[in-house]
Ligand binder design. Structure first.
Ligand code: ADP
Length: 495
């Protein structure tokens, strides 16, 4: 059914260079047919924002073939040419940051200040990998034979299939597309069904920056399973990079392994937030609030379990409760909003059920615990205490605005409990004791540890997890290596 698009979003899309109702394939805007459309709605009030094509398997296969042709040309460019182009892309993102943030909040719901921060952090990956493109140094290796010389070179791996989630519709793409394009790969991106517009805005800016046809493509679809299967099994795809749930990550990894593709997975987490008695209490409370309620609790590095040492447990709980009560919940575009809506009804339903289960199992509701009336997708910032390590709320990734509070006695105990999970993405610890900070962070089985700091993600540091939280690292000097192969050259016959 054809419906009209609200004027303000049409203006936004036009300013960004997007073609309404179309996706970006092989350098062209491909419009949706009337019968194959995917609707995009505002999670704050359910209004329809736009539609994009619901592509089928044939269209995606064709896109992969064109992307491979583009790769064969793109790989021959110099690192400097690729770096210059990424910098132009970066400049355009910076020029359009307000429109990009507005669009992001419209389709995703997060407060506008968080969207602005996401656009800036996403843009930073383009700049970083423009710089890193020129530093993919190989090695010269001392040879054991006088007549040979040994060296390595790094080469782009090939067509990259990228599958991204809705919680960071811009920056999750930036951390994959920027290093892949910098390395000399072409990218076929499948954004999440709920948030394809930010991906298309990035494509529009790529087009304006002069990224050649076929180097960056966006395949929008309402059928992630079928399209995911094509992306993960097509012989021309050499690398699959995925951010999303551990369950889907396992499926993707299984499919990609059939043709031995290189795989990066950034999956779920169950972050412990450990506060020792000697910590700066105010800093710890603010860190816990920021890491818990950012994006309404819908990030993979959100705090899931707060462990507070016995001596300061009551003081922490009281201060934390006060801060939760002060949080302003509302539409992402409303002034002063600190916590926005959740992404959709299913996400709210899952949060409701995990809280209900925890209360039935004996947890105590300190604050929150209800849906809010300002819209269908709003849930109160919530704190549960008297939580037991075996409850589902402690074992599963909550992915909603619900914090759980635990007590602990000593260092060994809290390390054991913090590590007692299948996940291993981010962990946080607060202490003023330097020795303890090192001991505990070295003992935590996590890919990233924030020490007296909750905001750990940035383009120059390696982001990623261990155990069921994934494989590979994004950002940092390691981020570009994920899109390259090492080739060893052995040069003989040297007299
Ligand atoms: P989330 O819980 O964040 O929605 P998902 O893992 O369901 O996490 O989704 C992350 C991304 O994976 C989205 O782009 C979604 O469309 C895609 N996806 C979901 N199911 C599959 C699948 N079976 N194969 C490939 N991609 C999938």
């Amino acid at each position: 059914m054809q419906q009209t698009m609200p004027d303000n979003i049409r203006d936004l899309m036009t300013r960004l260079g997007m073609a309404p109702g179309a996706t970006y394939l092989n350098g062209d805007w491909a419009a949706a047919t009337p019968t194959r459309q995917l609707q995009v709605c505002n999670p704050a009030d359910g209004t329809r924002l736009a539609h994009v094509p619901d592509l089928d398997v044939a269209a995606v296969t064709e896109t992969l073939e064109r992307a491979h042709e583009a790769f064969c040309r793109w790989r021959l460019t110099t690192a400097r040419e690729r770096a210059d182009l990424l910098l132009r892309w970066y400049d355009l993102i910076m020029q359009h940051q307000d429109d990009l943030a507005m669009l992001l909040t419209l389709e995703q719901g997060k407060p506008l200040n968080e969207s602005r921060a996401e656009i800036l952090s996403g843009a930073a990956f383009f700049r970083w990998f423009a710089e890193e493109a020129r530093r993919t140094y190989g090695e010269s290796i001392p040879s054991s034979s006088a007549s040979t010389r040994l060296m390595t070179i790094y080469q782009p791996i090939g067509v990259v299939a990228a599958i991204t989630p809705w919680n960071f519709p811009m920056s999750m793409i930036a951390r994959k597309a920027a290093p892949a394009v910098a390395a000399g790969c072409s990218v076929v991106l499948k954004p999440a069904e709920d948030t394809p517009l930010s991906a298309l805005a990035l494509a529009a800016l790529a087009e304006r920056a002069g990224v050649p046809a076929g180097v960056f493509n966006v395949v929008t679809t309402g059928n992630p399973k079928a399209i995911g299967e094509v992306l993960c099994t097509h012989p021309l795809v050499r690398k699959v990079t995925f951010t999303g749930s551990t369950a889907v990550g396992k499926t993707i990894s299984g499919l990609a392994s059939q043709s031995i593709k290189k795989v990066s997975l950034e999956l779920g987490g169950n972050a412990p937030f450990i506060v020792f008695a000697d910590a700066d209490l105010e800093l710890a409370v603010e860190g816990a609030i920021a890491t818990k309620y950012r994006n309404a609790g819908q990030t993979c590095i959100c705090t899931n379990r707060i462990y507070v040492q016995d001596e300061i447990h009551e003081a922490f709980a009281q201060r934390y409760r006060q801060r939760v009560e002060q949080l302003k919940v509302g539409g992402g575009h409303d002034e002063g909003t600190e916590v926005g809506p959740m992404i959709n009804g299913a996400a709210v339903g899952k949060t409701e059920s995990i809280v209900r289960q925890a209360l039935a199992d004996g947890a105590v509701l300190e604050v929150g615990g209800q849906r809010l009336e300002c819209g269908d997708n709003f849930y109160q910032p919530t704190l549960l205490s008297h939580v037991d390590d075996r409850m589902a709320v402690a074992r599963e990734e909550i992915f909603g605005p619900v914090a759980t509070l635990f007590r602990f006695g000593d260092e060994d105990e809290v390390i054991r409990r913090a590590n007692d999970t299948e996940y291993g993405l981010a962990a946080y610890l607060y202490t003023r004791d330097l020795g303890r900070a090192f001991r505990v962070s070295e003992a935590l089985e996590y890919g990233m540890v924030g020490i007296n700091e909750g905001m750990i993600s940035n383009e120059s540091a390696p982001f990623g997890g261990v155990k069921a939280s994934g494989l590979g690292r994004e950002g940092s000097r390691h981020g570009i290596a994920e899109y390259m192969e090492i080739k060893y050259l052995c040069i003989g016959g040297i007299q």
